[in-house]
Unconditional design. Structure first.
Length: 323
């Protein structure tokens, strides 16, 4: 006798694919240029561009507001409704409140009645969220919203030349869904941290970001190389196999230095740093959205996401893209 299985739950742990079905991005309207900063600190537009690759950054808005805007665009891009989302993961280091997390408020604004939580891994956070989403899909969920969002102007001293030239606000979001086997895949990933370097980039409660710029640069280059290599080794790939690398957007010189040893080229790298500054957990999804809208990602492409940040944390993930 035939059995109606149309509404039967999918088994957990099955050989399901992994697909980023929709992306979205949001930036505040207010632009803070390098020239604007010269009124507050001893610097020049040329000095900032030469050392960081940054031309401007955005300020204003809130983490929840930017998250909601980016998520709405991602849902529309994926062609799904709020009711289709099983989980909201919000990577941020600048939540609206110390308590509660910002994710439940974002879910409320979107009309999502599902689990929602914040994830704090600094600039690596969105990639951490992507890997966690894959695990939840394997456990039976169908569709997860992974957001990276920051309102770093709340913890940045724009009179400090060491940090004020770097940080800005923004949000990026992705709808990650379970797909049929062979139609998109998370090929490999690498997550890590070294708490011995907590002191090189931090902000105390009620304080602003403090950074040892030279040490952050050195450690960032090292962990990017190690994590990217680990993920490629796990997937059985080389730099030549990667169609596009989407790194954390902190400083173009960090990326260039890491690429020299990894064998990546800048023409296969998605960068939005010049016009966004360092947006921490938002930077990789912002660059993903930009690359996708520019037609730089095609069905079947091998895409690497590569992050590093305060903690010190690092994360990489390699995805076979599916349209």
């Amino acid at each position: 006798m035939a059995t109606d299985t149309a509404n039967a739950p999918r088994p957990m742990g099955g050989p399901w694919g992994f697909k980023i079905a929709g992306v979205g991005a949001a930036l505040p309207e207010k632009i803070l240029t390098n020239e604007d900063l010269t009124a507050w600190m001893d610097t020049t537009d040329e000095w900032i561009r030469e050392r960081t690759g940054i031309e401007e950054r955005r300020i204003g808005g809130s983490t929840s507001g930017l998250s909601t805007e980016a998520a709405q665009l991602a849902l529309a891009d994926a062609g799904v409704e709020a009711s289709d989302i099983d989980q909201v993961i919000l990577a941020t280091t600048s939540p609206d409140h110390i308590c509660p997390g910002t994710a439940p408020a974002v879910a409320r604004e979107l009309g999502i009645l599902a689990g929602a939580f914040d994830l704090q891994a600094a600039c690596s956070g969105w990639v951490y969220g992507l890997v966690m989403a894959n695990g939840l899909l394997l456990q039976g969920m169908d569709r997860i919203l992974v957001i990276g969002a920051e309102s770093l102007d709340r913890i940045t001293d724009y009179h400090d030349r060491g940090t004020g030239i770097l940080f800005g606000n923004g949000a990026g979001a992705a709808v990650v869904e379970r797909a049929e086997p062979g139609h998109g895949e998370l090929l490999s990933w690498d997550l890590g941290s070294n708490g011995n370097y907590v002191h090189i980039l931090y902000a105390d409660h009620g304080g602003v970001l403090q950074m040892d710029g030279k040490e952050v640069f050195r450690q960032a280059v090292t962990v990017m190389q190690r994590s990217a290599t680990a993920s490629m080794d796990k997937a059985g790939l080389t730099a030549d196999d990667i169609d596009l690398v989407i790194p954390h957007q902190a400083n173009v010189r960090i990326v260039e230095s890491a690429w020299k040893k990894l064998g990546f080229s800048m023409d296969k790298t998605a960068m939005v740093l010049a016009r966004t500054g360092n947006t921490s957990a938002a930077s990789i999804p912002l660059a993903l959205d930009d690359a996708r809208r520019a037609g730089r990602i095609s069905d079947g492409d091998i895409v690497m996401f590569l992050g590093f940040g305060a903690g010190m944390t690092w994360a990489s993930a390699i995805v076979r893209w599916a349209e």
